[in-house]
Write a protein that binds this ligand. Sequence first.
Ligand code: ASP
Length: 432
Amino acid sequence: MASAQQKSGFLAPWRNLLLWQQIVIALVLGVITGAILNVTGNESAAVSIKYIGTIFLSLIKMLIVPLIFVSLVCGMTSVSDMARMGRIGFKAVLFYLGTTAFAITIGLILGTLFQPGAGIDLGTASAMEAKSAPPFIQQLIAIVPKNPIAAAADGNVLQIIFFAIMFGLSINLVGDAAKPVRDFFESLNSVILKLTEIVISFAPYGVFALMAWVAGTYGLDLLLPLGTIIVALYLGCILHAIFVYGTLVSVVGRLNPVRFFQGIIEPQIVAFTSTSSSGTLPVTMTAVQKNLGVNRSVASFTLPLGATINMDGTAMYQGVAALFVAQAFGVDLGVSEYITIILTATLASIGTAGVPGAGLVMLSLVLTSVGLPLEGVAIIAGIDRILDMARTSLNVTGDAACTVLIAKSEDQLDLEAYNTPHVLETPEITRA
Ligand code: ASP
């Protein structure tokens, strides 16, 4: 499929690489550059390089609101069967909750095996301010926007999803008289997709800059004391991705899991470096549709929903971190505390926004639920970016796995596209 047009010129060897190849090279070069800057005492240069990453992140964030709204409206108008939308929503929520509980359990097991807090004696701590989650019913009510423009301005994804579904449904109900509106949205969708492609083509430069900044500013002196918690979380994320998602994709979806992981390498790396699953959304949407052949009607709904409520990496992190704090403060946890952690971490991960560091803030909720000192949050904060990279990558992988499985079960997966090697490349900016 889509055989890449050979590009010529001085930069041809670079420009002829597929996007994911450019991104992987950028990631490695970023780590090397950052490490050199760090050991040579040039941290400030690493901080300056970060500006390029910040511009890239702003560019993708700029797309989130129009992309979610327009593609979901188009997704709605391309499904005539409304019962299907309900079914897709139900399956997505079930998948998201089930895998999240699994992820925390893995986190708790690894936290018990690795004992990341052992040997770090912090004694007993005084109280700190806990963050409390708004009651569940209020969170539900808040999904209905009073003002869709305000929802868009605030980037409130659940409210945008709600309005887009209602809007698309109304276009369908109006029928022929709404054809100009439907056509307008189709055309707008093509424009936004092109814009997304252009922005994503800057990913290698953004990834390089963000990686150089992280590697340049986090020295080994900061990482080593908390090394075990880093190893436990990274291992847990890899195990969860391979065994939980890999097994679901191959056994339930009867699809080649290797192709699945190949197809989402761009969003995984962008998530890893940006630490924002909402920010990565445009990349995830493009990858599952172009690389894995998922139909827009599924991807435009399950991915924004997943980026908002599905955070397996975050949930696992909360499990590992809670045990870390318990061990460091010498607190013994019993079975009922473990169950409380599973429940609160599931809820906390749903309530966590897909933005950098949000999981750390929600950690206070989990710690409070089992009476652990909140000082633990402050200790972990020093290395949170490193932990956030792994958990955000897993969060995005979970959204994509759910999307692929639901698309398969709803007959909305183009198997030929799924099984065809990667197609995402940097776009040629020429006029059609
Ligand atoms: N950064 C994560 C995300 O965007 C959320 C978290 O902090 O755990 O998915």
